[in-house]
Ligand binder design. Structure first.
Ligand SMILES: Nc1ncnc2c1ncn2[C@@H]1O[C@H](COP(=O)(O)OP(=O)(O)O)[C@@H](O)[C@H]1O
Ligand SMILES: [Mg+2]
Length: 235
């Protein structure tokens, strides 16, 4: 479904991604783990069109998308929930969700997706008239995910959805990620919480200082001493 082939991405002189390749097959939950500053967000931004690779190629459903504008990529079915949620604080929950559908014209589809999002996140239904800036961190994460789903993506990019959330909420968010996947959305999940991410993933990639250093099934990664030491607390 998604094929990232040997991309190099720079911020000025900073070489943030060095020949990174990765693939995501339809129906999978693929997780990308790595320390702070490894290049995880940079990779998601390159896929969603916020950054342009200097070299290499990205294709989606067989079509090249590398360097295309972000709007074009959303229209083709890839939505990105950025790190730190970024909801519009002065707009209500409902208005934020509406914005997620702004490229669509199928009124009936939009209405049914509102219902789906409210089913997935009952908390958002209760708070639909509330200003988003007054939501808790967990609720803002739900809203950011709900807003992305309003574009009816086939591939959802999630950047550290559990960041800063209490353990119980982290569990809830991971459960919802699995539900979204069961409903037919493929997922590329960036996480620092390697334990949790590996527990729901079909496959995983480990990225260190701009390079993919390891990939495999969760079983393979869990068995790797290198991964245990670096990401799983040595257990
Ligand atoms: N806007 C930016 N300008 C310059 N350097 C950046 C910018 N964003 C990220 N970087 C650098 O690129 C590298 C990868 O960052 P990032 O993709 O955010 O890592 P991660 O998401 O894995 O924590 C880091 O060295 C970071 O300092
Ligand atoms: Mg990041």
């Amino acid at each position: 479904m998604l094929n990232v082939d040997q991309i190099d991405v720079y911020y000025g002189n900073i070489h943030a991604l060095k020949g990174v390749s990765l693939e995501v097959n339809q129906g999978e939950i693929v997780t990308l783990i790595g320390a702070n500053g490894a290049g995880k967000s940079t990779l998601l931004k390159s896929i969603s069109g916020l950054l342009k690779p200097k070299q290499g190629a990205i294709s989606y459903m067989g079509n090249p998308i590398g360097g295309k504008p972000a709007q074009t990529i959303v229209k083709q079915g890839i939505s990105h929930v950025p790190e730190g949620r970024r909801v519009f604080a002065n707009m209500t929950v409902e208005e934020n969700l509406e914005l997620g559908a702004f490229l669509r014209k199928d009124g009936d589809g939009i209405r049914s997706d509102f219902e789906k999002v409210y089913e997935l996140f009952p908390r958002l239904l209760e708070r639909r008239k509330q200003l988003s800036g007054t939501l808790s961190g967990g609720e803002q994460q739900m809203l950011a995910m709900g807003r992305a789903l309003m574009a009816r993506p086939k591939l959802l990019l999630l950047d550290e959805p559990s960041m800063g959330l209490a353990p119980l909420l982290v569990k809830t968010i991971f459960k919802i990620i699995q539900e979204i996947n069961k409903d037919g959305t493929t997922i590329l999940l960036v996480e620092q919480n390697a334990h949790m991410a590996l527990s729901i993933a079909s496959r995983a990639y480990v990225i260190e200082t701009g390079r993919v250093v390891l990939s495999g099934t969760p079983e393979e990664l869990n068995a790797s001493d290198q991964i245990k030491m670096a990401y799983l607390g040595g257990h």
